[in-house]
Design a protein around this ligand. Structure first.
Ligand SMILES: Cc1cc2nc3c(=O)[nH]c(=O)nc-3n(C[C@H](O)[C@H](O)[C@H](O)COP(=O)(O)O)c2cc1C
Length: 187
């Protein structure tokens, strides 16, 4: 696939087939991810891989319960998504079987930027291989909780940047129209 086709063809997919993603494929995707550029060549990331639909359903249920229990109307990033949190059918990970969470190392000024560049590489590589992905920002703060980092064997000093589900697409949505960006050419 041409790179330009991957850029324009990638979609956030929210419906996956039961086919599992092999460890070899995940390793290939992570290899593509780490070819992203990084500030000062720091490569300041750690990839947590969580697999199993049952486990991800459990994480979704627990993350939703946590957000509802700590819900603070008026000052909560999840406030506008409260309807989804109370809907038992809503799975944060859309029944995908694989989740990668990219964590940033501490004391690296551009680490979150570097991790996001890696995430885009990974999503484009996945698309080129016939896989699909969706970033799940909704779950980011949950994976940053100390007890969840312990559970998934991630060091406490790391910061969760972006969870990404990966799987084989059952249904691919159409492209979301882009707003015309404000572009300012100076002189
Ligand atoms: C940082 C980030 C967080 C996102 N979080 C979620 C999420 O929690 N749940 C979800 O369904 N989609 C999430 N998305 C996917 C966006 O909704 C999607 O990328 C956007 O609607 C554009 O669609 P496209 O990716 O198919 O072009 C997220 C995307 C980004 C970049």
């Amino acid at each position: 696939m041409e790179l330009i086709d991957a850029i324009y063809g990638r979609r956030a997919v929210r419906d996956y087939t039961p086919q599992e993603v092999s460890r070899a494929t995940i390793e290939e995707l992570i290899d593509a991810a780490v070819h992203a550029p990084t500030a000062l060549d720091e490569q300041p990331w750690v990839f947590a891989v969580i697999q199993g639909k049952g486990l991800l359903q459990d994480y979704s249920d627990r993350a939703k319960a946590h957000f509802l229990a700590t819900f603070n109307p008026g000052n909560d990033p999840h406030a506008m998504r409260r309807d989804q949190l109370v809907d038992a059918r809503y799975n944060l990970f859309y029944n995908a079987g694989t989740l990668l969470v990219i964590f940033a190392e501490p004391n690296r000024h551009f680490a979150p930027v570097d991790c996001c560049l890696a995430a885009e590489n990974l999503m484009l590589a996945a698309h080129a291989k016939g896989l699909a992905t969706c970033p799940v920002g909704f779950a980011q703060s949950w994976f940053d909780l100390p007890e969840i980092k312990t559970e998934i064997r991630v060091a406490q000093e790391l910061t969760a940047v972006i969870p990404l589900i990966v799987g084989y697409p059952a249904k691919t949505p159409g492209a979301v129209p882009r707003k015309k960006p404000e572009v300012i050419f100076s002189a």
